[in-house]
Write a protein that binds this ligand. Structure first.
Ligand code: ZN
Length: 160
């Protein structure tokens, strides 16, 4: 089965920067699952996976505009430290998760005080050209329920 709109795709990824340094991988863990064609995945990745089949492995290079955007200079904010999620103690350079009206967002801690922290709202991967090694693990038709919810269920997807 090919990856088309309304299929659920499970895939493995290894993310590297232009220098070939590994930044992230899910290999060794559960494959990621998403519903294709519903904006659930980075657009550049969905584009690259379109038409691929189970078992295919390949690499793509995404310029910042196709990945997490360019880095913006004026995205520093001061927020209460209790709004930062992902660790108990914060140091400069650490990645935190914050909840915004647009959903969860990853930010970088610039300075952490006792009650307030300065954070850089740019995505940690903004401004970077990214190389993804991708492997399609499985492709299946989405269920009616998944289409109604707009996301994949089961292993690697939403659990609810
Ligand atoms: Zn659901």
């Amino acid at each position: 089965m090919q990856v088309t709109n309304d299929t659920v795709v499970q895939f493995n990824y290894t993310l590297k920067n232009e220098e070939g340094q590994m930044l992230d991988t899910n290999v060794g863990n559960t494959p990621l699952a998403y519903l294709h064609g519903h904006n659930g995945m980075l657009e550049g990745i969905e584009e690259a996976l379109t038409g691929k089949e189970e078992g295919e492995s390949f690499s793509i290079t995404l310029a910042p505009e196709n990945a997490y955007g360019e880095r913006k200079a004026d995205l520093t904010q001061r927020v209460p430290i209790k709004h930062l999620h992902g660790a108990k103690q914060w140091k400069p350079g650490m990645i935190a998760t914050v909840h915004t009206e647009q959903g969860e967002r990853q930010v970088t801690v610039i300075k952490a005080g006792k009650f307030m922290a300065d954070i850089d709202m740019n995505h940690p991967l903004a401004g970077l050209t990214l190389i993804f090694d991708l492997e399609v693990v499985s492709v299946r038709a989405a269920t009616k329920e998944e289409l109604e919810h707009g996301h994949a269920h089961g292993e690697g997807g939403h659990q609810h």
